[in-house]
Design a protein around this ligand. Structure first.
Ligand code: ACO
Length: 513
């Protein structure tokens, strides 16, 4: 795209774009608000199919329906107006409701930050007391949830358990389900319906309060240990540590340094504007599904190694590298794109992720009481190598939040596949802050329904099955368009070799392989 500028002294320039559609010679003026334009304004830029010549003239392009905005992977698309979290990726700035993350990590605690994210301001003493008491008292789960957690196989990934458990919680709260109670159950809150408002906040208390209970249950199932009831009188992070660790001791209190370190880690993970999992929660929430289902969907999105699963991937990577002497070889593999440097790079940060700087300090506190990890030496050698290598410098790849957090969890003795749950538990707050904000929008909740650019086949006639063989022979085989035969092993193979009658009485005679 060519750029010319006539900006200079004179009256304040009009906040708009002037666009000339060269297909039709038409000129359009598109208003700019908050340095953004409305994608729907582009729908006014229409062209008759006669104006679009050559092979680009396809009815599927729907030129008469207006110009479409193509943004694969949402690299430059804003889908809502938000007052929650601000990130300046170029300068490495992160603020929750205007407060720098560094100040919150130094002075605040997780439940205070949760209040801030949800309701917009830091709480007064009284507000904090009510809110923290509601959250901590909504930490118990229905007894049947214990059965659900125990029904998982011994080697299940704990994130599979947590994702399922959040969805299952919805089944225990039918009064919280718009599918059963009416689709305005929550959206009435935007019109000042205080019962709807209270119902919404109750589900928020429940989800934040039960998140550590469910996550620690997933941990205990795998250890083969009975579940701990949520304790009273401990902080959010302290309660989490109690529920994973306490056996039958009396007056069990977690180590205060580790408790504070975990609290800071929870603050740092509480929100991060429209990351993939928050966007997923809002996508699901936009259909007016209940918040339990939406949070479960958020967990599913967080699970992936490109998102919250990266802390687990970092530790696996560091263990595989083995020591700092092997770092140069690994860096070469990354540059050849045969490997990914997990814990590096970010869609928004093109400078240091401020959370990684804070976690680096928190890690020292953890090491002081729980011992230092040799993985840190490998991590620091990787960071140093990346800092001086043009591959990483040119692509603006820096350590992200996951680069050091996994090492902290490793030193804390948590199983590698549990790390992503350490991210999910605090992120429930961010998901719900965004969900609440969306539900309370005065413009109402609009279903999130993106469009696509259809580049597939034009309309074609149905081909009878007998004629398809013939057609296939004339076309180049395309691996993307053919299902791949899979080999069968185990009982499937043995059954295929057996002789039996199936449910319909047809005789199956096993043949040799
Ligand atoms: N290692 C090696 N190369 C990388 C990495 C990495 N970690 N991240 C990006 N690159 C390269 C890409 O290959 C690409 O190179 P190219 O221009 O030669 O094609 C370039 O940098 C730009 O990367 P994109 O993939 O376009 O960046 P995008 O914004 O789409 O992806 C992401 C961001 C997914 C975080 C990516 O950096 C990544 O995969 N990082 C590793 C996984 C990770 O740490 N995820 C956690 C993110 S933070 C969080 O979710 C809490």
């Amino acid at each position: 795209m060519g750029i010319t500028s006539n900006a200079g002294a004179g009256p304040a320039p009009e906040q708009s774009l002037t666009i000339i559609d060269n297909r039709t010679n038409s000129t359009y003026k598109i208003p700019i608000t908050d340095n953004s334009i409305l994608a729907s304004d582009f729908k006014k830029i229409k062209a008759s199919s006669a104006a679009v010549i050559g092979d680009r003239q396809r009815e599927e392009n729907e030129t008469e329906g207006g110009l479409r905005v193509y943004d694969a992977g949402f690299t430059n698309t804003a889908v809502l107006r938000s007052t929650i979290t601000y990130i300046d990726g170029e300068r490495g700035i992160l603020r929750y409701r205007g407060y720098p993350i560094e100040e919150l990590a130094a002075s605040s605690n997780f439940l205070e930050v949760a209040y801030l994210l949800l309701y917009g301001d830091l709480p007064t003493k009284r507000q904090y007391k009510i809110f923290s008491s509601e959250v901590m008292h909504h930490s118990f789960v229905h007894r049947d949830v214990e059965g659900l957690m125990e029904s998982f196989r011994y080697d299940s990934h704990p994130m599979a358990m947590l994702t399922s458990a959040f969805a299952a919680l919805g089944a225990f709260s039918p009064e919280a389900n718009p599918a059963l109670q009416g689709q305005n159950l929550y959206t009435n809150a935007a019109k000042g319906d205080m019962a709807a408002m209270a119902n919404m906040d109750k589900q928020i208390y429940r989800l934040i309060g039960k998140a550590p209970t469910l996550a620690t249950m997933a941990y205990r199932v795998r250890q083969g240990r009975p579940f701990n009831k949520p304790p009273l009188g401990l902080s959010f992070a302290g309660s989490f540590l109690y529920m994973i660790d306490a056996l039958n001791e009396r007056e069990y209190k977690p180590n205060p340094v580790l408790e504070r370190a975990l609290d800071i880690l929870f603050i740092l993970h509480a929100d991060h504007e429209l990351n993939a999992s928050t966007a997923t929660v809002l996508q699901v929430g936009s259909t007016l599904a209940d918040p339990y289902t939406a949070v479960s969907a958020g967990c599913a999105a967080l699970y992936g190694p490109s998102h919250g699963g990266a802390n687990e991937a970092v530790v696996r990577m560091l263990e595989e590298i083995g020591g700092k002497e092997n770092v140069p070889k690994f860096i070469e593999q990354v540059k050849k794109k045969t490997r990914v440097l997990s814990g590096f790079g970010h869609r928004v940060y093109k400078n240091t992720d401020p959370r990684s700087t804070i976690i680096r300090q928190v890690a020292e506190d953890v090491f002081r009481v729980a011992g230092r990890s040799p993985l840190l030496d490998t991590a620091l050698a990787l960071k140093e190598a990346a800092e001086t290598d043009s591959y990483f410098i040119d692509r603006k790849l820096y350590p992200n939040v996951d680069f050091y957090s996994g090492i902290c969890y490793k030193v804390l003795g948590l199983p590698t596949d549990f790390y992503v749950l350490m991210f999910a538990v605090p992120r429930v707050v961010g998901w719900l802050a965004h969900w609440r904000q969306m539900v309370l929008q005065s413009s109402g909740v609009k279903i999130w329904r993106p469009r696509q650019i259809y580049v597939g086949e034009a309309a074609r006639e149905y081909v009878p099955m007998d004629a398809r063989e013939q057609q296939l022979r004339h076309n180049e085989p395309d691996f993307r368009k053919t299902p791949v035969p899979i080999s069968h092993g185990g009982d499937t193979k043995r059954r295929a070799l057996a002789t039996f009658k199936d449910q319909l009485g047809r005789v199956h005679v096993g043949s040799k392989l």
